[in-house]
Design a protein around this ligand. Structure first.
Ligand code: DQA
Length: 137
């Protein structure tokens, strides 16, 4: 089983950015924990602050990986292009958000990804990434 976690803009600042919302753990720390917890499967990781790079990565992995865990961050609420990419690939995508986006500003209630995602996990903090991995097992 081969999975990839794809994180969008500003998630490279996890641990430093608004810790009261996103927690104080860096993604690298979390990723190492996930890799040791799920040592029987391959988990790759990609992060970009650039919309087109996220689309390119979805195209690259979207026909031979078994699952994609996508937190497109702010692009979730704005990007028709990322939504179309998720629709155009074969690999199932689980959308993840660390925070409860539905308890926040109205613009965060829209997702261009959710209509074509296998499922959506939000509001459980960074634990959402682990839940998304488990959903593929
Ligand atoms: C986020 C929620 C988005 O609304 C926000 O723009 C992010 C992070 C989350 O993981 O809670 O950057 O995707």
């Amino acid at each position: 089983m081969k999975l990839i976690i794809i994180n969008g803009p500003n998630l490279n600042l996890l641990g430093k950015r608004e810790p009261e919302i996103y927690g104080s753990k860096s993604f690298l720390e979390l990723f190492k924990e996930l890799q040791s917890k799920f040592s029987g499967i391959e988990i790759d990781y990609f992060q970009s602050n650039i919309e087109g790079e996220l689309i390119d990565k979805l195209h690259e992995v979207g026909f031979d990986y078994d699952g994609i865990i996508l937190n497109a961050a702010a692009y979730t609420h704005t990007s028709v292009g990322i939504g179309d990419a998720v629709k155009g690939i074969e690999t199932p995508v689980v959308e993840v958000h660390i925070s409860n986006v539905h308890a926040r500003e109205a613009f965060r209630h829209t997702s261009y990804i959710a209509p074509n995602a296998k499922g959506v996990i939000f509001g459980f903090g960074v634990k959402g990434y682990e839940l998304a991995i488990q959903s593929f097992l």
